[in-house]
Design a protein around this ligand. Structure first.
Ligand code: UTP
Length: 297
């Protein structure tokens, strides 16, 4: 089995109901943080981690996402004529090599696990990454690159993990930790959305995974949950039951939940403040807003 991680699955077939009415016609992954769509952050992170093949699990209404990765020859010619080299260079970062990108359809939104399973034939017998574009991670070294480096030592499967407050445990898959070894955590299992008092640790799984292809067989053993959805967490937990290694990885960086409105707004402000040309104006505006709020209290 090839042990190098060169393929990544991007499950983007969800309905994105938390962003209705926008997502009635705009795929959530095309929504922009400042001027870059969520999906571009995910692609950039994957490229930096050495990913060469990009597999999108899409659904009805995601046409704009497929168009986004097409070349735009008219636009390029026009920018070239006007000598707008900076904009041309920005545009080039969105171009994908021929054959590097594949789209597969999830015909029904049967859950994240099912979306990943839909891509099984394109993965074959090698480890692969899964990136949820909703989870945007600001980090000096991109999160998936940190994971790929750790995975070279651990093998098995790996899930990105971050500490959450006890009150938030019920919103995440939570790791049942066997032992801590620096950033890498050995685990006994995972519990999906436990009640606060039942959470086995404060480490939550977020949207970056490196998975063994064995995971696809596990779907034969797991049952669909509410709404007929197949959970990826259950397929990973089955991996542990089958006696294969799964590790948690405590990445360095700040994760934004861009699948929620509050997280998306926080990411927008944070990414805008990181941009030199926007920082001062935005900072002044935010300072004024805070003063007004304080004065009104
Ligand atoms: P979410 O749980 O955020 O669901 O999916 P969603 O449909 O995107 O958004 P809301 O909750 O309705 O607002 C997490 C990730 O799993 C993908 C989504 O596209 C997202 O990247 N997903 C989810 C699928 O690809 N297929 C599914 O059936 C469910």
């Amino acid at each position: 089995m090839n042990t190098k991680v060169t393929k990544a699955i991007f499950p983007v077939a969800g309905l994105g109901t938390r962003f209705l009415p926008a997502t009635k016609s705009v795929p959530k992954e095309i929504m922009t943080l400042v001027d870059k769509p969520l999906i571009q952050y995910a692609i950039d992170e994957a490229r930096e981690a050495g990913i060469k093949e990009f597999i999108f699990v899409t659904s009805r209404g995601k046409g704009a996402l497929e168009d986004y990765f097409d070349h735009a020859p008219d636009l390029e010619t026009s920018l070239r004529k006007k000598g707008k080299t900076d904009l041309l260079n920005i545009l080039k970062t969105t171009n994908m090599d021929s054959g590097a990108i594949a789209y597969i359809r999830q015909h029904k939104a049967l859950g994240l696990g099912h979306a990943v399973w839909c891509a099984r034939r394109l993965i074959g017998n090698e480890p692969f990454a899964v990136i949820l574009p909703d989870d945007v991670i600001a980090a000096e070294k991109p999160c998936l690159k940190q994971m790929v480096e750790a995975y070279e030592h651990t093998g098995g499967s790996m899930v990105a993990a971050m500490e959450v407050a006890p009150s938030q445990a019920s919103s995440y898959g939570i790791l049942d930790v066997k032992n801590y070894n620096g950033d890498v955590v050995s685990i006994n299992g995972m519990v999906e959305k436990p009640a606060q008092e039942d959470a086995p640790s404060n480490l939550a799984v977020i949207g970056r995974y490196i998975l063994s292809p064995h995971i696809f067989d596990n779907f034969d053993y797991i049952e669909a949950g509410a709404g007929g959805e197949l959970q990826l967490t259950d397929a990973i937990a089955e991996e542990i039951l089958q006696g294969r290694d799964v590790h948690g990885f405590r990445f360095k960086g700040q994760r934004f939940d861009c699948g929620s409105k509050a997280g998306f707004l926080q990411a927008t402000v944070s990414f805008a403040l990181a941009r030199e040309e926007l920082r001062d104006e935005l900072y002044d505006y935010l300072t004024d807003m805070v003063s007004m709020k304080t004065a009104a209290q």
